[in-house]
Write a protein that binds this ligand. Sequence first.
Ligand SMILES: [Zn+2]
Length: 456
Amino acid sequence: MASSDLVLLQGGTLIDGTGAAPKPNTDLLFSGDCILGVGAEATQGAQTATAQGSALRTLDVTGRTVMPGLIDAHCHITFGEPSSNDELFFHRQPSTAMLLAAFNVPKLLRAGVTGFLDADCIFDLGPALRDGINAGIVEGPRMASGMNALLTSAGGTAGRLIPDSGTLGYAQVVGNRDEMVRLTRQQIKYGADWIKIHVTGSLPNQTGEATVWSLDELRAVTETAHALNTPVLAHCRSAYSTRLAAQAGVDLILHGSFMDEPALEAVVEAGAALAPTFTFLANLADYGAKVGAGTTQVDLFRGEIQATAAMMLRAHQAGVHLLCGSESGFSLTPYGHWHARELELFVSQIGLSPLEAITCATRNGALALRMQEGSVGVLAKGAAADVLVVDANPAVDVSVLGNRANLDYVFSRGVSVDLTAPWPTRDALPGEQVGLWSEQLLTRDRAEANESGATQ
Ligand SMILES: [Zn+2]
């Protein structure tokens, strides 16, 4: 279908993404990447166009829900679903990582994701992938991209795998204030839509993640980026780091774990947005055992979700924008499977209504894409034409959005995505996975044990 085609979705129940009540029997008209009308204006616009001889594609979507496409504010499209940091940092090549990203990114569209933010990519591949999507070389959603995440020499979540200086995988280590300023400018030169900072990291002999940036260092990045009209987002898995990030002017805070009163106050005062990203933790806690994941920390993760969720509700009530991010890109969050789970967790854990959760995954996502609120993620005249037709009622139960079988149509920039082709599958690339000699030590006792496990 050519992008200039005029499309009328007729008779559906419309959820517009703003949190307004669903409107039954409401038409939607769009052409290319622009919504031309909603309701009576759509119906009349379609009649006028037909009278003038324009080609019109009319789809009867009676009984179906029409809503904006999902915007995933936390997705790692270049990681390629690794099952460990070792695999992510040492078993990836730039060329094959890019091929893999191009292979994986159409899965997002197939899952109803029409926009996403990839905040930190390996080998700085993100901007090129984004440009390839925009140029029509690769089929994919609207994408906003960061480059390498900025880390201090204390590292991030990968401990000593992070080098003391330089780059590895998604990490760019910045040793001092001058480097923070220089790398921020350099990333913007090479096309970064966002600058990402890992404000917390895991250190030996410390529980949880420690804050490994100072306020002054964070400000070096935010002031430099903002001067070049570029927003900053930050990985913060503690109350103190969340507070510092907000005070430093960070625009979007990922995780915001264990927020306390001062942190919440700082976030509200700064007008920062939050993307808690519960999906990865929840997947590990709920299903990790099914795929052989280490489950010793399950209670810890459940505790982190619960403690954080209560404060997220208060942030929401104070007017802070919450965004849905799935952290897709790991073996526990493969592409195309879990993008909508964050909405379920916003309902079950934070206590939002399904319509509020939908707003977090649609209208609020405009920030992640660096677009004006109201210009994407909503169904309104003049907004972008990213539209889902769902054969279920997400206003009652958002979990229906996680089942691809419920998606009758996905329109990305006004063009309908082919949902009929088989789901893409592939074989492993050479050297892609960590190979183990064994899972246990071959002690003599184990070698000599009989079938039942008893030693002879
Ligand atoms: Zn992440």
